[in-house]
Write a protein that binds this ligand. Structure first.
Ligand SMILES: Cc1cc2nc3c(=O)[nH]c(=O)nc-3n(C[C@H](O)[C@H](O)[C@H](O)COP(=O)(O)O)c2cc1C
Length: 329
């Protein structure tokens, strides 16, 4: 399923090397100013260019096809599309017979009977996160004055020497993963629905849709399991519900408590590496060696902070609308 959200509903489409990528945002309130320029900042934060990112360079120019009139949202579905212009598809034909370890070549081929578009990872490519970031730009406007910010806090298991880790990975033809921390500030008390639509459930749902995500934790997360209640409980210090610590990451009972929502996302290392690997050759029916050429992010994490921000903002926009907390103009 390629749609997410109940009222603020986001549908993504496209493949890495097809004609383009895009998003339809249904349920966006009318009266919000929106121009192509609004997308520039977050789209360029997701772009490649830095050491450790793919040499594939796309202009990522958004075309707003509907739902905006005189630079203001109308309340009708907003459709935004991006052309794919810089594609080199010859690199991908070999993955049909020798699927890449860690990528979706094998699972997608079995699930879709070989009809999936394999070029550039098709619909499983990190390029599809472009659509999520576009929706996130709109969501961020909807939830203003809430501020959602994500940053990389760890690469290759280290909280320091990021550049060194990246250049080591690039030099050795390998890849690295990392952790992104996201903080959402200015959240009202009371967002989130018990039981299945708890804030943690919804954020985890959309964050796990992002390719290469393998873990998420809120507040103290897994380290809460090592503490006692006396060390983990957040003391409520005033009538607004402000807590002196934020070990629960701003969520109690699946509902926002008014303190910052804080969560961390773990990304695995990029599966496509040029280091020679073993994989099964389905044509020859033997174990084979695979050397992956082509253009890949040695450190895909570098491009993900705006993707994570968008995921969180989409959830918050939907919850704010469900709870009637959006100021309608
Ligand atoms: C921003 C971004 C960029 C990515 N770039 C690449 C890439 O260049 N090469 C690659 O093999 N995987 C890349 N990935 C990861 C794959 O899309 C992902 O690992 C694959 O679809 C399998 O899904 P899974 O890791 O969630 O199981 C990227 C992911 C993201 C979020």
């Amino acid at each position: 399923v390629n749609s997410f959200g109940r009222i603020f509903r986001v549908t993504i489409f496209g493949e890495s090397h097809g004609k383009g990528i895009g998003v339809v945002v249904d349920g966006c309130p009318p009266g919000i100013s929106l121009t192509a320029y609004d997308f520039t900042k977050d789209l360029s934060r997701r772009k490649s260019g830095a050491l450790g990112t793919t040499p594939r360079s796309e202009d990522d120019a958004p075309e707003i096809l509907s739902g905006v009139y005189n630079d203001i949202t109308t309340g009708a579905p907003i459709m935004i599309q991006f052309q794919n212009r810089n594609t080199v598809s010859k690199d991908y034909s070999q993955f049909k017979d020798t699927p890449r370890p860690g990528h979706a070549d094998y699972t997608a081929d079995v699930k879709f009977g070989g009809f999936n578009d394999p070029r550039g990872g098709g619909h499983f490519s990190g390029r599809v996160t472009l659509a999520l970031v576009a929706a996130g730009v709109i969501a961020k406007k909807v939830i203003t004055p809430i501020v959602v910010l994500a940053e990389i806090i760890e690469l290759a298991g280290k909280k320091y020497s990021f550049e060194e880790s990246i250049s080591d990975a690039v030099k050795s033809g390998d890849s690295i993963g990392g952790i992104v921390e996201c903080r959402c500030a200015g959240i009202p008390v009371g967002c989130g629905e018990p039981f299945f639509d708890s804030v943690e459930s919804l954020i985890s749902h959309i964050v796990f849709s992002i390719p290469a995500v393998k873990g998420i934790e809120f507040g103290n997360g897994f380290s809460a399991a090592k503490l006692r209640g006396s060390g983990n409980n957040d003391l409520i210090a005033d009538s607004k519900g402000t807590t002196t610590t934020n070990n629960c990451g701003g969520i109690n009972g699946g509902i926002t408590n008014g303190n910052d929502i804080v969560f961390r996302t773990a990304f695995k290392p990029t599966p496509s590496i040029s280091v020679v690997q073993k994989t099964f050759n389905f044509k020859k029916n033997v174990l084979d060696s695979l050397s992956i050429e082509g253009r890949h992010d040695a450190c895909l994490v570098l491009r993900t902070p705006p993707v994570i921000e968008s995921a969180a903002s989409i959830v918050l926009a939907d919850l704010m609308m469900i709870n009637n907390l959006i100021n309608r103009r």
